[in-house]
Structures are given as structure tokens and as C-alpha cells.
Design a protein around this ligand. Structure first.
Ligand code: OSB
Ligand code: MG
Length: 369
């Protein structure tokens, strides 16, 4: 099929509650939705870059620039039969994985729709429901932290991730662990600590955490290996893994025992699949991370998380945990009996973007072709 037209939609949606991490607080969540048009079909992809370079160096502005000036032009008017046709045309562009994933993933949706199959089938997914949990931001007080955990558990979530930072670690984690001795509980530091904090992480071994996510620098792999050697709790890398190479280096030096897969962070589904294969062969389990996505990105995550080596619950929560009203439908609901979300079964990503909702939250738009 020929790529006839590509659109970029910068949207910004208010979150139901502010989301605080060690790198900042988000009140509204922006993203760029990429729409690829061909033969009467539209494929959608979500670029998860944020307003500021807090989680990653990419921002909405850098992604718009990279997409508009380097990724879209060589693909406009060109034929596409596999996603690799598109990625090959921007092979020379270094970095900017979130911008690349926005376009590549829209093409996967388009091709799956053209075949009339769900995206999960094209990716090699095998399960109909994906085990999920909730990621809780840093709270103003211990009481509010416990209240949030109570609320989400009452809603049916059976895995809880708590954000930590220096000064907000042992105490809130121990309080939640004391209240819920058997809860699948984990911590995400978003790179807020250093190797000198090893004694603190050794203390955390007593809390029986599922894992500790990205305690050290966003671009570090080597120090994580030194920390992992000193603690029993599995380390999980998020920020540090941008390519199959990074995953292999981390595994080879035992920098982690688990990897958080975010398709935006690794530059699209092709890289995600390569990392999936590599981790499966190395015996390293994956789980699907989240970036507070809209329904477009959440659907894509569910399809990806249906692959066999996603054996731990993902950060994919129900729509109402993020937004009062989303730009796509149907909303995602939690299956309370088993803390799962059902993978969409329609063709492509299996959600519909609603033009009137999109228009309400759109702040910038550009069409190519
Ligand atoms: O580190 O996993 C993270 C959200 C934005 C940026 C980084 C992270 C997160 C989350 C939220 O933890 C996960 C979700 O989408 O529910
Ligand atoms: Mg993380």
C-alpha cells in the first residue's frame, strides 16, 4: 500500500490526579498521535514524549521536529508492505526512539487493519488477557499513600508499584508491606539514587519486593550490576534500555534480572520484538511499562504484552485511572476477578479515535501529503 498522508496531532489531556515521580509532577499528559492514511484506512500510533525532558531527553517539540523533518518525508508517497520498509527509510537517524515509535507503530496498526487481524496476531501475541497493576505516584503523606493503595486494591488491582525518591523509600514501602503482607509490591526510583545508597537497598531486601525499578542513573548499566551483586531483590531496568544492544549488555553483566518494556523507549515494535526474543532466550522476564498513554498507546501496549515472555504484571491500568474522558473508545476496564485487562480483538489496535474528542484536547496539528 502507498502512504498517502500522515497527520500529527499534539494532544494534552488532564489527568484525574497529579502524578508525581522523582523527576517531576505531571498534571496534564501530552502526546503526539500519528495518523497514517492509505487505501481508506488510518493507522494510529502514540509518541509518548512529554512536555519536558524529565524522563527522557525527548520532548513533544523534539519529536515533532524529528518526525516532520526526518521520519515522515522519506516515507510520504512510498509503498509499505512491512514495518521494516518504513524504518529502513530513516535508518540514518540516531536516537529519538519515541518519535520513531510513534510513526512505526501507526504503520503496524495500518498493516494489521489491511490484513484484517488484531495487532497482537501480527506481533505473535498468545494471550487474550494481560495481568496488570497500578503505578502510584509519590504522595504528600503516609496516610494518603496508604489510602491510595487501599483504593486501588478495592478496585481489584493485585500488583502495586510505588514511586520512591530519597527520603520517601523505606518508610512508605514498609508501611504498605505491613498492611498487605502478600501483595505483589514493587518500587520505581526513576534514577533518583546512587551506588552509595546500596545499604538502603540491602535493607529493602527485607520487604519482599517483586523488584526495584531503575534505582540508578538513567543512562547507567554498569553501576546497576554492582548494586545487583549486593542485594537479593531483582533489579529491573527501565530508563537505561533503548535498544536490543542495551538489553544484551545489561543481561551479560547481570545489571538486572527483569526488564520493563516500553515500546516508545525502545523506538517501536521492531526493536521491542528483538528485545523480547533476546530476553526470552536469556531467561529474563519482561513486563509492559506505561507512559500514562491515551487509549491508542494503551491498546498498543496490551497487544505487545500478550507475547509469551511478558510474564509479570504490566503498568497498564484501566482508562479511569488516568482520564475522565479519553480520545479513543472503548475505555479499558479492569477484569476484577483476575486483575487483567482484555486485549482488543478488532483489527489493528482495535480502538476508535473519536474526532470530536480529539478536537477538544488538540493543541497543534500538521498534515503531510
Ligand atoms: O517510570 O514507569 C515509569 C509514567 C511516566 C513516566 C515514567 C513512568 C511512568 C509510570 C506510569 O510509572 C505507568 C502507567 O502508565 O501507568
Ligand atoms: Mg519506570
Amino acid at each position: 500500500m502507498k502512504i498517502e498522508r500522515i497527520e500529527l496531532h499534539h494532544v494534552s489531556q488532564p489527568l484525574v490526579a497529579p502524578f508525581r515521580t522523582s523527576f517531576g509532577t505531571q498534571v496534564t499528559r501530552p502526546c503526539i498521535l500519528v495518523a497514517v492514511y492509505s487505501e481508506g484506512l488510518v493507522g494510529w500510533g502514540e509518541c509518548v514524549a512529554s512536555d519536558d525532558p524529565g524522563y527522557s531527553y525527548e520532548t513533544i517539540s523534539t519529536a515533532w521536529h524529528i518526525l516532520g523533518d526526518f521520519l515522515i518525508p522519506p516515507n510520504l508517497g512510498r509503498e509499505v508492505t512491512t514495518p521494516e520498509d518504513v524504518t529502513a527509510r530513516y535508518k540514518g537517524v540516531r536516537g529519538h526512539p519515541m518519535a520513531k515509535a510513534g510513526l512505526e507503530n501507526a504503520v503496524w496498526d495500518l498493516l494489521a487493519q489491511a490484513k484484517g487481524v488484531p495487532l497482537s496476531a501480527m506481533l505473535g501475541g498468545q494471550r487474550e488477557r494481560v495481568e496488570v497493576g497500578v503505578s502510584i505516584g509519590i504522595q504528600p503523606s503516609l496516610a494518603e499513600q496508604l489510602e491510595k493503595v487501599d483504593q486501588f486494591i478495592a478496585q481489584g488491582y493485585r500488583r502495586v508499584k510505588m514511586k520512591i525518591e530519597p527520603g520517601w523509600e523505606m518508610k512508605p514501602l514498609a508501611a504498605v508491606r505491613e498492611r498487605y503482607p502478600n501483595l505483589k509490591l514493587m518500587a520505581d526510583a526513576n534514577s533518583a539514587f546512587s551506588l552509595a545508597d546500596a545499604p538502603l537497598f540491602r535493607e529493602m531486601d527485607a520487604l519482599n519486593l517483586l523488584m526495584i525499578e531503575q534505582p540508578l542513573d538513567h543512562d547507567d548499566i554498569a553501576d546497576h550490576a554492582k548494586l545487583q551483586a549486593q542485594i537479593k531483590t531483582p533489579l529491573c531496568l527501565d530508563e537505561s534500555i533503548h535498544s536490543p544492544g542495551h538489553a544484551r549488555w545489561a543481561i551479560e553483566i547481570n545489571a538486572c534480572r527483569i526488564i520493563n518494556m516500553k515500546v516508545g523507549r525502545v523506538g517501536g515494535f521492531s526493536n521491542a520484538l528483538a528485545i523480547h526474543t533476546l530476553c526470552q532466550e536469556a531467561g529474563i522476564p519482561l513486563w509492559c511499562g506505561g507512559m500514562l498513554e491515551t487509549g491508542v498507546g494503551r491498546a498498543a501496549n496490551l497487544h505487545l504484552a500478550s507475547l509469551p515472555n511478558f510474564t509479570l504484571p504490566g503498568d497498564i491500568s484501566a482508562t479511569d485511572r488516568y482520564y475522565h474522558e479519553d480520545i479513543a473508545e472503548p475505555d479499558f476496564k479492569l477484569n476484577v476477578e483476575d486483575s487483567t485487562i482484555t486485549v482488543p480483538t478488532g483489527s489493528g489496535i482495535g480502538v476508535r479515535v473519536l474526532p470530536e474528542r480529539l478536537a477538544k484536547v488538540r493543541v497543534r496539528y500538521e498534515a503531510f501529503g
